[in-house]
Ligand binder design. Structure first.
Ligand code: CA
Length: 413
């Protein structure tokens, strides 16, 4: 495909991508896409007539979040993306861009990117078999690492939407109760075992009415796109609080997301088979077709005033339970989903020790510290460290990527 905006080699935002996000140049927030290092204002593009016959009200693009666009459903968002792709593939449109009364493209350095979606509900799954096995091995029994339900259903819990933050937003080290000594009472103070969780999250379209499940077959029609998701975790708070209802304050203080929502259409060429599921899941969790995606993932830790060190290389294709199964399971009891719900994969660990998706696993509970490029060591995340995650797909020299999500850790307040 031709593209009238130059895209450097290894840039995630090719003409094959066309993600959706929210930007502001001076004050007003608007919907945008990105090609190369140019942010493209969708309202300005609409004023040129690019979405004629698809979008009836151009003002929809002058929204603080993508929700009004997602609300229109997949047939519409798919067409909007295709119209953008066609417009920027046609060289004769360069003149129209130059002649437009509205400014259409902005260099990425000149804009501010915002949280793309107003998240209604956030659900976190636990769908990587390597991650669940590692955690089970460390905290329970290496011979029975997976709990009896794990291979029968995608385990998940309801998280907190209010603390989902856009990439670049710093976080403060959380404080809370921990119990460092088994024989002594709990203590209060800053978390000592702050961790990241390497995850991908998908964003939903409006679902069915309450009571009506979405099948694995139908699930594709209800998934808008994906972002990179760092589900910050306080391991010491988690260990003390999680019995019997699961994680609470150890997980809900912050989750950072990447700014561009990459659509499932853009990810389609990178579909791959998932791992074999044995035992065969119950009929409502069975699926057909390639439902995993080959998304390469990297995690970096950058200490203050030092170079980043890459600490993990993983892949979304390792997921045991896929998005279709997660959505089918989530709704099988009649639970309804809404526009802009966010559902995270759970920590994505691969089979090798350098592909684990958390410090808990990479350093094996702190017993094997990671050597950083500046000579320091990490068991968990220190104050003033910046954690970043990158995600991208490459096939037949076509690249579609997510950019990155990063956040700096500041000392506890
Ligand atoms: Ca998580």
């Amino acid at each position: 495909m031709n593209c009238i905006i130059p895209v450097a080699e290894n840039n995630d935002f090719t003409i094959y991508n066309i993600p959706f996000g929210i930007y502001s140049h001076q004050s007003e927030r608007r919907m945008a896409t990105r090609i190369g290092d140019k942010v493209i204002d969708l309202f300005a593009l609409a004023e040129l007539g690019v979405f004629n016959g698809v979008i009836s009200n151009n003002n929809i693009f002058k929204s603080d979040f993508l929700n009004p666009l997602i609300e229109l459903g997949k047939p519409t968002t798919k067409k909007v993306r295709e119209k953008i792709q066609h417009f920027f593939s046609d060289e004769s449109n360069q003149e129209k861009i130059n002649a437009s009364a509205q400014k259409i493209t902005y260099p990425i350095e000149e804009v501010t990117l915002h949280l793309p979606v107003k998240v209604g509900d956030y659900t976190d799954f636990y769908s990587s078999i390597e991650h669940a096995t590692n955690v089970g091995t460390m905290f329970r029994d290496p011979n029975n690492a997976l709990l009896p339900n794990w291979k029968h259903l995608p385990v998940g819990y309801h998280g907190r939407a209010s603390s989902i933050i856009i990439s670049g937003t710093p976080i403060h080290r959380p404080k809370g109760q921990t119990k460092p000594n088994a024989d002594e009472p709990p203590v209060f103070g800053p978390c000592k075992l702050l961790d990241f969780e390497l995850e991908m999250a998908f964003i939903t379209f409006n679902g069915k009415p309450l009571g009506q499940p979405i099948t694995t077959q139908e699930a594709d029609e209800y998934i808008f796109g994906m972002v990179v998701f760092n589900d910050w975790s306080a391991r010491d708070i988690q260990t003390w609080e999680y019995v019997p209802l699961g994680p609470f304050l150890s997980k809900n203080f912050a989750s950072s997301v990447s700014p561009w929502v990459v659509t499932t259409e853009a990810l389609e060429p990178f579909r791959v088979e998932g791992p074999e599921q044995n035992p065969t899941p119950l009929p409502y969790l069975q699926y057909s077709g390639k439902k995993n995606i080959d998304i390469q993932l990297e995690v970096f830790i950058q200490p203050e005033n030092a170079k980043p060190t890459r600490v993990s290389v993983s892949n979304y294709k390792y997921m045991y339970w896929n998005m279709n199964q997660q959505l089918a399971h989530h709704t099988i009891n009649g639970c309804n989903i809404n526009t802009g719900d966010m559902m995270a994969s759970g920590t994505i660990s691969g089979p090798s020790p350098n592909s684990y998706g958390s410090m808990l696993e990479l350093t094996w509970r702190g017993t094997k510290p990671i050597k950083m490029e500046d000579g320091s060591e990490r068991k968990f995340i220190n104050d003033f460290d910046t954690v970043s995650m990158k995600a991208y797909c490459i096939k037949d020299s076509i690249r579609v990527g997510f950019g990155e999500v990063y956040s700096k850790v500041l000392p506890a307040l």
